[in-house]
Design a protein around this ligand. Structure first.
Ligand code: ADP
Ligand code: ADP
Length: 231
């Protein structure tokens, strides 16, 4: 699903150069649930931005779902991003003055789907996260955990082949975090490929593989507690 070969990323300002990633190598196969963890500043967000076609690597090769995206221009990358990637953010990033269904439809709008199809996909995604009855509610009427479920519905509505989650439980208390994690596990059981960045080692443990990042490199890969369907 995702292969990164010798990826480097250097951020340059007028005065400073920061090597955020250097010789970063990682493969994620279809249907895998991978947690990426490591100290603040180690390069996790940078990895996720490159994986999600938001940033381009300074060097190295990135193959997403069989497509070499290393040399794509901005237009090609954003087109592919809309087709291939569902994002889940720490801060949910729902639009406060759109109701839940309209929020979920936002990314579907970039995929050239007809209005009726968008609506149907959005309702089915909302049902998947257990919030069917709330279609016309607004984000502010929901708890943080519920808002994150809506954000997850938005990410999965177009059935993108890859879900990327950046600290998806970072803004939630332990109980709501547990609920969101269970939802991700359920989606994984249904076949989703998930890459989740988290500081929380207890959550990381629940993935199939734990990728530890240190100083812009993969320092260690461990097995998590979640069973491999290929075993
Ligand atoms: P993490 O997500 O693990 O905290 P990041 O990927 O955000 O790490 O950052 C890795 C390094 O790259 C840090 O030193 C950070 O300050 C730097 N960095 C990240 N994004 C930028 C940017 N847009 N401009 C300059 N430096 C950046
Ligand atoms: P996280 O909490 O996920 O580790 P960070 O706080 O490291 O994220 O970064 C948040 C955002 O700020 C990211 O988009 C990152 O690219 C950007 N960023 C991080 N460090 C710097 C920096 N030194 N200069 C500019 N932007 C940065």
């Amino acid at each position: 699903m995702l292969q990164m070969h010798h990826i480097a990323k250097v951020y340059r300002t007028e005065t400073v150069e920061t090597a955020a990633l250097r010789d970063f190598n990682l493969s994620v196969v279809q249907g895998e649930f991978v947690a990426v963890t490591g100290p603040s500043g180690s390069g996790k967000s940078t990895f996720l931005s490159i994986a999600g076609l938001v940033e381009t690597p300074s060097d190295g090769r990135y193959v997403l779902d069989g497509i070499d995206v290393s040399r794509m221009n901005d237009n090609q990358r954003s087109h592919l991003r809309n087709q291939k990637i569902g994002f889940i953010f720490q801060a949910f990033n729902l639009i406060p003055d759109l109701n839940l269904i309209d929020n979920i439809e936002v990314p579907l709008g970039y995929r050239g789907l007809r209005a009726a199809d968008r609506r149907e996909l959005a309702h089915s995604a909302l049902a998947k996260v257990g919030l069917s009855g709330r279609a016309t509610h607004y984000p502010g009427q929901l708890s943080g955990g519920q808002q994150q479920r809506v954000a997850i519905a938005r990410a999965l509505a177009g059935t993108p082949p890859l879900l990327l989650a950046d600290e998806p439980t970072g803004n939630l208390d332990t109980q709501m975090a547990g609920g969101v994690m269970e939802l991700l596990e359920e989606l994984h059981s249904g076949g989703a490929t998930i890459v989740m960045v988290t500081h929380d080692l207890n959550l990381a443990e629940r993935a199939q593989r734990i990728v530890k990042v240190m100083d812009g490199q993969v320092s260690e890969i461990q097995r998590g507690t979640r069973l491999h369907s290929l075993d």
